[in-house]
Design a protein around this ligand. Structure first.
Ligand code: SF4
Length: 374
């Protein structure tokens, strides 16, 4: 992000990059989003209440659909470029789960075309990975398979037709302004995503919400531009978006990413819980230089990656999280004690729960209990 800011005054968010964002409020302004206020939605989930979601586009139409029990959809994509996901993906899944529980028609696509175009993963391999790992993982993290429509990009003709139509609606200069590059695989991938996001409205015109990491903001911007330009023929609702912050890598220097080094990320699953404990022990904290300083001033909790993971993923109980917070800032706990009391046990519990649910979800897949749409 810093390099890009040096080149231009405008922030360019790169969906394929790895930089962290330093100033989310600036991003809200430059991308024309609104600051997200969890009170606008009924019974907001943990990520919404704890500030992981920070911005939104046109969320009012989704809040209104929920309130008035009108149809709307929620959509997310699985990129089968790796055989695991990382902790940051959990936020998106929790948000999809939230909207599903609020009545959204839920679509989860397997981005096999995109992972072939941008990462060279053969289509068949992408499908295999999705069935063996990604779909059961999404179910284990909370999606209801009976209420989720899964599909493969490569098998959905309506998506590829929409992608072709979308490609006629954006100029070269506009594409470059949104993405900062004109790499052919990125062009292919971006237009396929437009097809995905608008596809549910071919069946039924209704508002839709796309919960995404902020790195996906360029895709949202482009799909809204395309939907606006197709309005005369299709009368699409402009898709809404709910944005979440990046998850920091273990050393706090970059965003966590699937392609990043294994030692820099916490993955799902983490089968070796001893290795998980080692990763937590090595993570960046807000510990002070000396024990005396930490006892008198407390830890710098806003810099602490262990606290970030506990707040955003591992500790569900608000009272326990508050206790962790207070014991840090008062200097009662040093980092080693804090990790032993909170970081490692709660991370371990998260993974034990996941592993158990994953085994059950795999059985559902094997029994063919998922909805595949074409
Ligand atoms: Fe982080 Fe805990 Fe250290 Fe505070 S005491 S900086 S929360 S590890």
């Amino acid at each position: 992000m810093k390099e890009r800011e040096k080149m231009s005054d405008k922030i360019i968010v790169d969906p394929w990059g790895k930089e962290l964002v330093e100033d989310y409020s600036r991003l809200i302004k430059e991308f024309g989003m609104k600051e997200f206020d969890a009170k606008m939605l009924p019974n907001p989930n943990l990520q919404m209440r704890r500030g992981v979601n920070f911005g939104g586009t046109d969320l009012e139409q989704i809040a209104s659909a929920i309130q008035n029990k009108k149809p709307f959809y929620a959509l997310s994509g699985i990129m089968p470029s790796s055989e695991k996901i990382h902790l940051g993906t959990e936020t998106v899944i929790q948000n999809i789960k939230y909207f599903q529980e609020q009545g959204a028609k839920t679509f989860v696509l397997i981005a096999d075309v995109e992972s072939q175009a941008t990462r060279g993963i053969p289509i068949e391999e992408g499908k295999k990975r999705a069935l063996e790992f990604h779909i059961p993982a999404y179910i284990a993290l909370g999606l209801d398979p009976n209420k989720t429509n899964f599909y493969l990009q490569s098998e959905n003709k309506k998506v590829s037709n929409l992608a072709v139509i979308a490609s006629q609606k954006i100029t070269e200069n506009e594409f470059r302004a949104i993405y900062g590059s004109l790499h052919p695989s990125k062009i292919m991938s971006a237009f396929t995503q437009v097809g995905d996001i608008l596809y549910p409205q071919l069946e039924e015109r209704m508002p839709g919400v796309i919960p995404v990491g902020i790195d996906q903001a360029p895709h949202i911007r482009m799909v809204r531009d395309v939907a606006r330009r197709l309005k005369a023929n299709y009368e699409f609702f402009l898709p809404s978006a709910l944005y979440n912050k990046y998850t920091s890598a273990l050393d706090g220097s970059f965003k966590m990413s699937k392609s990043g080094e294994e030692k820099a990320k916490i993955e799902i699953p983490e089968k070796d819980l001893n290795l998980l404990a080692k990763k937590i022990n090595k993570a960046l904290t807000g510990g002070r230089v000396t024990i005396e300083e930490q006892r008198t001033k407390g830890g710098e909790i806003t810099k602490c990656v262990v606290y970030e993971y506990c707040k955003n993923h591992f500790i569900k109980d608000d009272k326990i999280l508050k206790q962790m917070f207070e014991e840090c800032i008062s200097g009662k706990n040093l980092c080693k004690e804090c990790k032993a009391k909170y970081g490692i046990p709660y991370a371990t519990k998260f993974y034990e729960d996941f592993n158990e649910k994953f085994i059950k979800a795999k059985k559902q897949i094997n029994l063919g209990k998922i909805n595949f749409v074409e």
